[in-house]
Design a protein around this ligand. Structure first.
Ligand code: AHR
Length: 322
């Protein structure tokens, strides 16, 4: 019943303007909502915190959670979504590994009248009827904030500033958007030059490996822009093993704001962290209840976040929640 009403409302077909069935209105019946959630994987500290937030919040909200880990593979997410459709869950939520290639499976969910919520990452489809809402950060703005910090930090530099970029998972929304936002801002200062850019897949191991390759290929790296903290933390190991001082010989800009990154900032190894908040669980559960009950939600809900520099790190560290 819940699904039928949600679909009518999403299509703008009001049934007499009132919830037509006894247990479907907000504050309605006592049958539990079942949420199918397909997670990207467990690639980073951010992701671990995000998973915990979703699992804890579902429990607290009394929502039955069917959780599936895609191990960073799109085909696993597609399989999980199809399985949720077969199980006739009330709502499907997922954080897409990559931006493209979702139309077919999301049309299947739509045909089955199961509302879909995007969390954390967007898809690049123009058909916005395939999902109810997208809850998550503005990754382009995060990239811009990283670039703005660098413009300010290097305003007195008289020579070229050589930047290497550790990108997130190829084809993922945060990798594409953080690259774009950063490039958009630094293009205004011609002395800021990206000399190498490669994916480190958002993991520590890959971050270290790619940084080792950057260090071998370039003797003159001034700045590392890492699309997440795990890659920055891996890169720090590579920089130290090369006999250089992270944060001093090579300045480091990172994204996320996990506890380990704050500890690295306190030690002077990371210069600035652009926050990306993974604690989306409570908001997601509110949205799930709404869409399950056929209520309207805004099409885009942006997470609020800040920028932290080394001088703020020690004071902020005890209050970090992830
Ligand atoms: O989609 C959010 C990104 O994914 C985080 O920045 C990163 O750490 C994670 O793996």
């Amino acid at each position: 019943m819940r699904k039928t009403l949600a679909t009518f409302m999403a299509a703008g077909l009001m049934v007499g303007g009132v919830a037509a069935c006894g247990d479907s209105g907000s504050g309605g019946g006592d049958d539990k909502i079942t949420l199918g959630f397909s997670q990207v994987g467990a690639e980073s500290g951010w992701r671990t915190a995000n998973t915990k937030s979703i699992q804890d919040s579902a429990k607290e909200a009394g929502i039955t959670l069917k959780f599936s880990d895609a191990q960073q593979k799109q085909e696993n997410q597609i399989k999980a979504i199809r399985s949720f459709i077969q199980q006739k869950v009330d709502v499907i939520a997922f954080s897409p590994v990559v931006e493209s290639g979702w139309e077919t499976v999301l049309k299947e969910a739509k045909d089955a009248k199961i509302p879909v919520v995007l969390t954390d990452r967007a898809i690049d489809s123009e058909d916005t009827s395939l999902y109810e809402t997208f809850l998550g950060s503005d990754f382009v703005e995060e990239g811009r904030n990283a670039g703005k910090w660098l413009i300010e930090d290097s305003k007195d530099a008289t020579e070229t500033v050589n930047i290497v970029e550790l990108q997130g998972t190829a084809g993922s929304a945060p990798a594409i958007d953080r690259q774009d936002g950063f490039a958009e801002v630094i293009k205004d200062d011609p002395k800021l030059q990206i000399i190498a850019s490669q994916t480190g897949d958002f993991t520590r191991a890959k971050g270290k490996e790619v940084m080792q390759a950057f260090l071998k290929a370039h003797q003159d790296i001034d700045v590392l822009y890492a699309h997440n903290d795990d890659m920055a933390l891996g890169a720090i190991q590579a920089i130290e093993e090369a006999g250089l001082k992270p944060g001093t010989d090579i300045k480091i800009i990172s994204v996320d704001g996990v506890e380990d990154a704050f500890k690295a900032m306190v030690k002077g190894q990371i210069n600035v962290v652009v926050e990306c908040n993974p604690l989306l669980g409570p908001q997601l559960m509110d949205i799930v209840k709404k869409v399950a009950n056929g209520e309207e939600t805004p099409k885009r809900i942006v997470t609020e976040e800040g920028v932290f520099t080394q001088d703020q790190a020690a004071e902020a560290l005890p209050n970090r929640e992830y």
